[in-house]
Design a protein around this ligand. Structure first.
Ligand code: FAD
Length: 378
């Protein structure tokens, strides 16, 4: 019998599987995708996330495949701009998610997790007491059931397992969409990640090295069809007075990926037999660039809770809920406040006007978004 079945091998699932396998649990990890796989993301990990990766022993591998990010540069409409380094030489990293996620998955497999790609979770399987006892799956071999003493759903934003159990749902507001693509030859790149907040959304730019950059655009409303994606990215880069010059030589070198609506809310951290981790436990708006930190730490917390349940037989989802609330409440509040601010044209204008006169609070925000208090000195 498997002790823990982890569904989803993104950062949350791989870290949960890694921690469980290192603690001696029999772990099965499945994902519908084959790795390396792409994932729409801004491709930055903040200093707090890098600290977790270091603690897990994957830091050297990640640093070897990434570019250090020394801080953030944030601009607003009307030319407002604030840049701040993370304090005391702490850094985040810019790294393609197909690379990062494979490194974390490899670490989980090295620790003893049994990974199978190409396995899609269809629905939870429950026992006579309505406790989750496994997952119905589809793979190349057809449909079957995987049973386990516990299931960790780390199947990302809009978790199929979480939704089936009534634990997660798409938020009524805000209805935002994200579009991302890779570009070469954007001028004026530095060692800072970039966030350009505008009246109708925001544009993130991450310098990945060797002339390659990740560009993500988040827009408040999206009514058109997929062809509109190209127009949206072009508008964000070509029509923006601050970015226009910097994109003059730029070339898009990947298809445009679209995702939305973004916001998903979770009502609980799990239920009998199942724990949620990462985006499956509630989506973090990309404005603060810390979703991966939530996913890594959420994976660790889910693994800790699962180990307690395996050892004591005591249901762990309520403990996990308390642990997540303790660790994540303040940062989630900050994320929601910024999400509301950038959704309000008036709020963006006022913040931009304020930033030109009084940048200090915005520098504090950049450090808070980077979770620098969790990172150690280099
Ligand atoms: C536009 C955008 C930009 C972002 N930028 C940043 C950033 O710069 N920095 C940052 O820290 N965060 C960023 N984020 C957030 C970050 O991408 C997520 O928080 C993070 O990927 C969550 O990790 P996860 O492991 O929970 O989920 P995921 O990374 O989504 O992994 C979930 C896994 O589950 C698998 N899966 C899904 N459904 C099933 C199923 N039914 N059966 C089997 N497998 C399944 C998927 O294939 C996937 O591998 C961004 C998000 C968006 C949308």
């Amino acid at each position: 019998m498997i002790d823990v079945l982890v569904v989803g091998a993104g950062p949350a699932g791989s870290v949960a599987a890694l921690a469980l396998a290192r603690a001696g649990a029999r772990v099965r990890l499945v994902d519908r995708a084959w790795f390396p796989r792409a994932k729409l993301c801004g491709d930055t990990i903040n200093p707090g996330a890098l600290a977790i990766i270091d603690r897990l022993g994957v830091g050297a591998a990640v640093r070897g495949r990434s570019r250090p990010i020394a801080g953030m540069r944030v601009t607003g409409p009307g030319g407002a701009a604030v840049a701040a380094d993370y304090p005391d030489g702490r850094v985040g990293a810019a790294i393609e998610r197909r690379v990062l996620d494979l490194l974390l998955l490899d670490a989980a497999v090295d620790a003893g997790a049994d990974f199978t790609p190409g396995v899609r979770a269809l629905a939870p399987v429950t026992d006579a007491e309505s406790r989750v006892a496994g997952v119905r799956i589809r793979s190349a071999a057809g449909q079957s059931e995987l049973r386990a003493r516990l299931v960790i759903a780390a199947d990302g934003r809009g978790s199929r397992l979480g939704a089936a159990l009534g634990l997660t749902r798409f938020a009524r507001w805000p209805k935002r969409w994200a579009f991302g693509a890779y570009f070469t030859d954007i001028d004026g790149l530095t060692a800072h990640g970039e966030m350009h907040v505008r009246i109708d959304g925001y544009v993130g730019i991450a310098p990945l090295g060797e002339g390659l950059s990740n560009v993500c655009v988040v827009r408040h409303a999206f009514r058109g069809h997929r062809d509109a994606c190209a127009a949206i990215v072009a508008a964000a880069s070509g029509a923006d007075p601050v970015l226009r010059d910097r994109f003059r030589r730029a070339r898009r070198v990947s298809p445009i990926v679209a995702l939305g609506p973004l916001a998903v809310d979770a009502t609980a951290a799990g239920c009998g037999g199942l724990l949620l981790a990462g985006d499956a436990a509630g989506f973090i708006d990309p404005i603060t660039g810390d979703g991966v930190r939530f996913a890594l730490r959420g994976g660790e917390l889910a693994a800790e809770a699962a180990l307690v349940e395996l050892a004591t037989g005591r249901a762990a989802h309520l403990e996990l809920q308390s642990a997540c609330r303790r660790e994540f409440r303040a940062k989630r509040r900050l994320n929601r406040a910024l999400r509301s601010l950038v959704a309000s044209p008036r709020g963006v204008q006022v913040a931009a006007a304020l930033a030109t006169r009084w940048p200090a609070p915005f520098r504090v925000l950049i450090r808070a978004a980077g979770d620098v208090h969790l990172a150690h000195n280099p």
